[in-house]
Design a protein around this ligand. Structure first.
Ligand SMILES: *Cc1c(COP(=O)(O)O)cnc(C)c1O
Length: 349
């Protein structure tokens, strides 16, 4: 979901942005009017997530998946080794991609238990000469999230936060690189935001495609070529919504915790549905559950869709159900879903 007020603002400004006589879609990315938009977006992003001054914020294209390649190309250039924690499908994909470029080790995996938990790692698990350690912070498909920030010592920690970024505060200083595709919590598809510590720049291999070289993107303020201009503008409206309507990133987290608790409390107390994620590792964004009966799951999804609860079917790789309750999902929406689940349970126990 997108916040309705953001969509309304975008509609109002569609034909004439701020008296410019142009739609944001029509602007040259190098025009002063657009320059102000991208600069304000960056400033607001930095303020919202308290990004320290020694980090760059980049607005890129190619989705989170392009970063699966960009990361080894940019950073696997010391020992040529990188250590990955495999906590779901997206970290597995990133791991496979990195294997093209060097000696990549899965230092922990929860695949043996269908990725229902987050592996615990300590410094001893990490190869001392690894160029970086990689994690996927919130596992969108399996509904788990890291309950701790891995201690990697001096080894750079890199995190895919596509499905949790902007859902609450982050201690950016604990990470060398954080990135996320915008389409879960930050805006429309087409924009990927990368937060990168300055000492990580300039390490790319010679063969790195220029579009994937973070140093080139940083030197050019994300304007080496045309950035995803409209998606960046909508991202700015989302940031304004978090700050002005929700009351800031701490409040955003508070609301998200309340929403998730409504659903998990019901799941923990009911008989028909079972939550699938390990309790300590539960995601606030993606709530996964099953009935234990595939036919009943399918019936639930069908009846839910008829009532307007769309996209509740679990990912095709796991089945069951997944309620994605990203930032823009109102508390009311979660309450309505629980009411619907209660009514379904009453019919089918
Ligand atoms: C959705 C998602 C991706 C893939 O994003 P694309 O922008 O489609 O490449 C990667 N990682 C995580 C954690 C995701 O949720």
């Amino acid at each position: 979901m997108m916040p309705e007020s953001v969509l309304r603002k975008a509609a109002e400004e569609m034909l004439n942005y701020n008296g410019s006589g142009q739609s944001v879609m029509e602007m040259s990315h190098r025009s002063p009017v657009y320059d102000a938009i991208i600069k304000e977006t960056e400033a607001l992003f930095r303020k919202t997530l308290s990004v320290p001054d020694n980090y760059k914020v980049l607005f890129l294209q190619g989705g989170a998946t392009a970063q699966f390649s960009a990361i080894p190309l940019n950073f696997m250039n010391g020992s040529g080794k990188a250590d990955y924690i495999i906590s779901g499908q997206f970290s597995k994909k990133a791991f496979k991609e990195a294997q093209k470029y060097g000696d990549v080790k899965a230092i922990a995996s929860s695949e043996d238990a269908t990725f229902s938990y987050i592996p615990k790692i300590t410094r001893e698990d990490i190869r001392p000469d690894a160029d970086y350690v990689y994690v996927c912070y919130n596992n969108t498909i399996f509904g788990t999230t890291f309950p701790y920030i891995p201690d990697t010592g001096d080894i750079p920690l890199i995190a895919d936060m596509s499905s949790c970024i902007l859902s609450g505060p982050i201690d950016v200083s604990k990470f060398a690189v954080i990135y996320g595709g915008a389409q879960k919590n930050m805006g429309p598809a087409g924009l990927t935001v990368v937060i990168i510590r300055e000492d990580m720049l300039g390490k790319a291999r010679d063969i790195t495609p220029v579009m994937m070289d973070y140093a080139v993107q940083a030197e050019n303020d994300s304007m080496y070529n045309t950035p995803p201009t409209y998606a960046i503008y909508i991202h700015k409206l989302i940031l304004e919504w978090v700050n002005n309507e929700i009351g800031g990133i701490e409040n955003m987290e508070k609301v998200n915790r309340e929403k998730a608790a409504i659903l998990y409390d019901y799941l923990d107390s009911c008989k028909l549905f079972k939550p699938t994620a390990n309790k300590e590792d539960r995601s606030l964004m993606n709530v996964c559950f099953v009935t234990g009966d595939k036919e009943l799951d399918a019936l639930f999804c069908k009846e839910a869709a008829a009532e307007g609860f769309v996209n509740i079917k679990g990912h095709r790789s796991v089945g069951g159900m997944r309620a994605s309750i990203y930032n823009a999902m109102p508390t009311e929406g979660v309450k309505k879903l629980v009411e619907f689940m209660k009514a379904f349970e009453a019919k089918h126990q």
